[in-house]
Ligand binder design. Structure first.
Ligand code: PMP
Length: 398
């Protein structure tokens, strides 16, 4: 018997994707000095980073990282439960719990791993997991890994979510949603979802990777902005690699949740703890994100300036008041061409194409940051105006 060769099959799939002109491309960045970066010998004004508060370059974060590295070295040396859990991790967990108004918090090395860990620890095979169709890939993957019955409701459709929850009433159920949707920038109807979960005895989980630092009075995120407590949203997850300018993630909630994850979340247990120096930098980032309100104010002023200018130009803006401001272009080639033309003008805004977004919904995912000045926003608007996006029927090349 001859088995099909796995690598050959993979090569065919890769070739097909390339042929469809949907291949993902890797760019090496030589230097980043937000909002500018250097790549292929060119300095580009970036509108694609998730460094929403402009903290990734902050000298105080860099100093905290260096000082902790001097004290603790580079790697943590092991998993948290062996001997990798350092004082820097503990201090960060405490600060994150306090910021988000939760009893406790637990660090994970990445957001992807946090979501896998939560789903796998909470859900038993065959139990119901209801999710927004536009949730981040790792929430979907987590439900599949847990062997849950995954039901996906149309984006932000609470009535559809209710029907899916009500269809199975006996078993435990988890409803998971992004707080801010990563490719659209809009915010989930969290209050409605919370009351639905309360009335249906389901557990609500919010992934606030793109809301933390950006939304809420002191940046505590979309859940805090809506005044929702630990009782409304028992499982809150967010990342440290976006507005906080670092890397890693955490889950915040009750002692029951955190103790349980510590025992059962395999992506927490069986992996090396993040470098303690990174935890020290993230602790510094939490302090700055909470106290330096000017960062959110500046970001919000840029969002308003961009949306006002884009509306005047008739650009296909999507409804969003967050740092993610996509322009819906429809056709994948059109989005790619727009991105290439912008790059030729020294601006970097990436085209997001299927399968990351649904067919026919390719877009330029423009992200704004507190590192952008008014002149940067104007430069972007000027470049977008020159693309004449508003005059192109979907599918026509730019
Ligand atoms: N959740 C959401 C909503 C995300 O956008 C991302 C990453 N972009 C993740 C989780 C994964 O986080 P990380 O990059 O830390 O793995």
């Amino acid at each position: 018997m001859q088995r099909p060769d796995l690598l050959e099959r993979l090569a065919v799939q890769t070739a097909e994707r390339t042929q469809a002109r949907l291949q993902r491309r890797l760019r090496t960045v030589d230097a980043y000095d937000g909002p500018y970066l250097e790549s292929n010998g060119r300095r580009l004004l970036a509108f694609c980073s998730n460094d929403y508060l402009g903290l990734a370059q902050d000298p105080r974060l860099i100093a905290a990282l260096k000082q902790a590295a001097d004290e603790t070295g580079v790697g943590s040396g092991s998993a948290h439960l062996i001997c990798g859990h350092r004082r820097q991790h503990a201090a960060l967990e405490e600060a994150l719990a306090e910021w988000t108004g939760r009893e406790r918090a637990l660090l994970f090395s990445t957001g992807y791993m946090a979501n896998l860990g939560v789903m796998q620890a909470l859900l038993k095979r065959g139990e119901l997991c209801v999710q927004d169709k536009l949730n981040h890939a790792c929430l979907l993957d987590g439900a599949q890994l847990a062997g849950a019955v995954l039901k996906r409701y149309p984006h932000a459709d609470v009535a559809a979510a209710a029907r899916q929850l009500c269809s199975e009433t006996d078993d435990s159920a988890l409803l998971a949603t992004d707080g801010v949707f990563s490719m659209d920038g809009d915010i989930a109807p969290l209050r409605e979802l919370a009351s639905l979960c309360a009335s249906e005895y389901a557990c609500l989980m919010v992934d606030d990777a793109h809301g933390l630092g950006v939304l809420g009075h002191d940046g505590a995120g979309s859940v805090a902005e809506d005044g929702l407590t630990e009782q409304d949203v028992p499982v809150l997850m967010a990342t440290l690699g976006k507005a906080l300018g670092c890397s890693g993630a955490f889950v915040a909630g009750s002692t029951t949740l955190i103790d349980g994850l510590t025992q059962f979340a395999r992506s927490y247990i069986y992996t090396t703890a993040m470098p303690p120096a990174l935890a020290a930098a993230a602790l510094c980032a939490v302090t700055l994100a909470r106290s330096e309100h000017w960062r959110r104010e500046k970001l919000n002023a840029s969002i308003r300036r961009f949306r006002h200018g884009a509306a005047q130009l008739g650009l296909p803006l999507m409804p969003s008041r967050t740092a993610i401001q996509p322009l819906m272009l429809g056709d994948a080639q059109r989005a790619l061409d727009a991105s290439c033309t912008l790059e030729a003008q020294g601006l970097l805004a990436v085209a997001i194409r299927p399968p990351t977004v649904p067919q026919g919904q390719a877009r330029l995912r423009i992200t704004l940051s507190a590192a952008h000045e008014e002149a940067h926003i104007d430069q972007l608007l000027e470049a977008l105006a020159s693309l004449r996006l508003e005059t192109f029927p979907a599918g026509a090349p730019v």
